[in-house]
Design a protein around this ligand. Structure first.
Ligand code: 1HE
Length: 285
């Protein structure tokens, strides 16, 4: 296991079992360990159901914006019985201040942008409550693995507030405007199964198995050519939102950039010379 990332970048030492567990540069509500090229970020505020206070949101931004180049995928999960209870409601109580409210939401935008449009794919493990800002956080990740205990909700209406972490932009793209409206108007929950059917998550797994599943998937992603992962994270969303002719042209440019990299050439030769693994089908899921 390579511990250089956290010790050099963030100035901390290894924790129990050779894993890095403390983060001097991050708040105590976030902890990070590393499994080879995969960093595992844990929301570590179980007494408050991993509600996101400002320090945690800023910590997420800092972590994803300063990711060491030897990290090639991230797994995000929550400590305790829930993934995340959303915005720490204490952060928006007190003296009403319109300008501060805008800046607060924009702080969330920066943090979640750093996740969605960072350098590496992010795999979220969802269990228990995935609500409000927790659902918004999950939506900023690239692959969502729901344990069957997970439930999804947007209780902003009950609290008298609105989405503020990019959910109004990301969630309709994920599950459609009508379902977002339904969830926000009624305050109802979606079960993990319903969430997978609604495309809020891509995988449904047994309780307690989400982290292992996410690690397995993250390791696969980490072994891809970095240029392909870059294209998947940055070019694909642009192409999907572009008008068809601009999208197709951008795709051609990205395809040519990717296939002319030395790494692509080496990987293509390896397959043709029967040195690379074939596709295997293990039943999926
Ligand atoms: C919190 C929060 C929070 C828990 N902010 N403190 N999010 C919500 O509206 C969800 C609110 N939370 C809940 O409905 C429940 O806490 C749960 C269903 C998630 C979990 O229930 P439970 O019984 O396991 O825990 P609990 O007893 O309700 O909470 C434990 C403690 O966490 C308690 O504090 P304590 O000091 O009494 O121990 C709770 O007050 C605290 N806690 N959730 C602050 N969210 C960018 S805009 C995003 C907009 C939103 O995210 S809106 C959705 C907000």
């Amino acid at each position: 296991m390579d511990n250089n990332y956290i010790t050099e970048k963030l100035g901390i030492g290894p924790g129990p079992g050779g894993r890095n567990v403390a983060m001097l540069a991050l708040p105590p509500t976030l902890s990070v360990t590393r499994e080879d090229a995969v960093a595992i970020v844990r929301l570590s505020r179980p007494d408050k159901r991993n509600a996101l206070d400002d320090a945690t949101v800023l910590g997420l931004e800092r972590f994803f914006a300063t990711l060491d180049e030897t990290i090639r995928a991230v797994v995000l999960h929550g400590e305790g019985a829930h993934f995340c209870a959303g915005l720490d409601l204490g952060e928006v109580t007190g003296e009403a201040d319109l300008f501060r409210g805008i800046q607060h939401s924009q702080m969330w935008h920066r943090a979640f942008h750093a996740i969605q449009f960072g350098r590496v794919p992010v795999f979220a493990v969802l269990h228990g409550a995935v609500v409000g800002g927790g659902f918004e956080l999950a939506a900023a990740c690239h692959v969502r693995i729901a344990e069957s205990s997970a439930y999804f909700a947007l209780p902003e209406g009950q609290r008298g507030i609105f989405l503020g972490g990019g959910g109004a932009m990301r969630l309709p793209r994920l599950i459609g405007v009508p379902l977002v409206q339904d969830l926000m108007l009624t305050g109802r929950t979606l079960s993990a199964e319903e969430a997978v059917r609604a495309r809020a998550a891509q995988y449904l797994v047994e309780p307690g198995t989400g982290l292992a599943k996410a690690l397995d998937l993250a390791r696969k992603a980490a072994s891809n050519a970095p240029m392909t992962n870059f294209a998947v994270l940055h070019a694909l969303p642009h192409i999907a939102e572009a008008n068809p002719s601009s999208g197709l042209f951008t795709e051609s440019l990205m395809a040519a950039i990717a296939e002319t990299t030395p790494e692509a050439q080496a990987r293509l030769r390896a397959f043709l010379e029967k040195r690379a693994a074939k596709i295997t089908h293990d039943g999926g899921g």
